[in-house]
Design a protein around this ligand. Structure first.
Ligand code: GBH
Length: 488
């Protein structure tokens, strides 16, 4: 009798433990890629040059091994195989981006490429045939070079250029695409370009350029959102937002909490407050710091360009969910004089130096330290600052070098997904989906082909760019099948 009870009891405990590892019904799993990182076909048909084509060709020394994305995974030709892989994994959705200069060779809407249209129609239809939802990013860093020549993201006219491009995209694809990201990680290409100089177009102008880009990006996003609202929403009922890169900051010592909060406002708030907060505009603390800095440096006004009241209203509330791109975390402490030279070491603008805990494992990418709790803390912070809303993790992943026995990647996914489950079950966070970065090894920007994030391994020496599943692909497939982290 006693033993039957015990057996029954252990069974119940196990069942509860299993259930704890189950994802809520309706939770969706996907994987992501980006046009420049996978497509290749850089000058195929009438596709025009973009800023990454120009950057890798003119300044190859910025890229490891002088690599480039001319061919990359050759997805321009091998898209059928990509869809097959998405289907093998059982993905609910596949996130990819449209190359602006493949669809609009002039950058402007005066000419639409037939081949560009065909390519993206094929990908969208191919996914839908397999029951996979397309999630489409309009801009993942590959600005048409023609628009860069006119000032790119520092020219306020880009707001209209982006709006025109968005309208073309919506009018051709919004009948089938229901979930959108307007712009991917403006922090990475505004700050990454102008404050750091190592991203295309390689222009270094930290005091002015970064913030011009920052403001124009927010307006451009809002423009696309308003166009969708007015011309497409009623018909198509889709969801839009921008995607932010969120590095989570915790204080190095308890006294550093205020500094950590300033870092969050500087790195996350600068691209979120205007859109998601109740009052809109710049985060007040950032506005204050940059105004003071500008004055000290002798500028006539703050180099953080002010918003008009109309602009604040135009941007405020232009979201249907919050897109979380998250990989890593840092501890923040006050920088000593001259200690921080660039973004990899801290935030010189606000006197922050980065630290990490000694037990945070480092991935192949020098910036990627593993701290799973950071993801949950980051989303909790977003809910606290901007209110309860739907969150989708639109990027999360781990880099290694070549090889397909990637147990460390599996470990990373397990640990980060566990934090998502805890966020849902213990904190009541409304997290609706998760996107693994990335479907297959691809051109990892400045790291070339050295840092590999893929679920599938790609042989970049073979003309067929042969793709083979890594151990993590098997793991992800099982996880999706079982809708649970209870995978052996
Ligand atoms: C994302 O960027 C991108 O959306 C994606 O295209 C990319 O392949 C993926 O993640 C993996 O990198 O911060 O200290 O060293 C991630 C954000 C911003 C991380 C720039 C690396 C380099 C400067 N990236 N950052 S630093």
């Amino acid at each position: 009798m006693f033993s039957t009870k015990l057996v029954l009891f252990s069974f119940l405990v196990a069942a509860v433990a299993c259930e704890e590892l189950d994802f809520p019904p309706g939770f969706q799993f996907g994987a992501a890629s980006a046009a420049y990182q996978v497509e290749g076909g850089w000058n195929a048909s009438d596709k025009a040059e973009n800023i990454w084509d120009r950057f890798v060709h003119d300044k190859p020394h910025f890229i490891a091994d002088l690599a480039n994305g001319d061919v990359a995974c050759d997805s321009y030709h091998l898209w059928r195989r990509d869809i097959e892989m998405a289907a093998e994994l059982g993905l609910h959705f596949y996130r990819f981006s449209i190359a602006w200069s493949r669809l609009l060779p002039n950058g402007f809407a005066d000419k639409i490429s037939e081949d560009g249209l065909n390519y993206y129609n094929n990908v969208i239809d191919g996914l839908l045939e397999k029951g996979i939802q397309p999630m489409v990013t309009l801009y993942h860093w590959d600005l048409p070079q023609s628009l860069q020549d006119l000032g790119g993201w520092t020219n306020p006219l880009i707001v209209d250029w982006f709006g025109d491009y968005a309208r073309v995209v919506f009018s051709h694809f919004a009948d089938r695409v229901k979930i959108w990201i307007t712009i991917n990680e403006p922090l990475s290409f505004c700050d990454g370009t102008y404050s750091y100089g190592t991203n295309a177009p390689g222009i270094y102008d930290p005091e002015v350029g970064t913030y011009l880009c920052n403001k124009n990006v927010l307006l451009a996003h809002a423009k696309a959102y308003r166009i969708y609202d007015k011309e497409f929403r009623e018909m198509y009922q889709g969801e839009l937002t921008l995607a932010n890169h969120l590095m989570w900051y915790e204080p190095f010592t308890p006294e550093d909490e205020e500094l950590a909060e300033t870092a969050r406002q500087y790195m996350v708030g600068r691209y979120s407050h205007a859109v998601y907060s109740k009052e809109g505009g710049w985060p007040p603390v950032v506005e204050k710091i940059i105004a003071e800095e500008s004055k000290t440096k002798g500028y006539s006004k703050s180099t953080l360009p002010a918003f008009t009241d109309e602009e604040i209203e135009f941007i405020r509330g232009t979201f249907d969910y919050y897109a979380v791109n998250h990989y890593t975390s840092r501890l923040t402490r006050l920088a000593e004089e001259g200690e921080v030279r660039d973004m990899t070491q801290g935030l010189p603008e606000i006197n922050v130096t980065y630290e990490v805990q000694p037990d945070w494992k480092r991935a192949h990418s020098s910036w990627l330290f593993v701290y799973p709790e950071g993801l949950r803390n980051q989303i909790l912070w977003l809910r606290e600052r901007y209110g309860d809303m739907k969150f989708i993790v639109t990027e999360n992943g781990y880099s290694s070098s070549t090889g397909s026995q990637d147990t460390e990647r599996i470990e990373y996914y397990k640990e980060y997904l566990k934090q998502i489950l805890l966020g849902i079950k213990e904190d009541g966070l409304n997290i609706a989906g998760y996107t693994a970065w990335t479907l297959m090894d691809n051109f990892e920007w400045g790291d070339g082909y050295n840092s590999r994030f893929g679920l599938y391994q790609v042989d970049f020496t073979s003309p067929e760019r042969t793709r083979t599943p890594k151990a993590s692909a098997e793991f992800y497939k099982k996880l999706i099948q079982r809708h649970s982290l209870n995978v052996d």
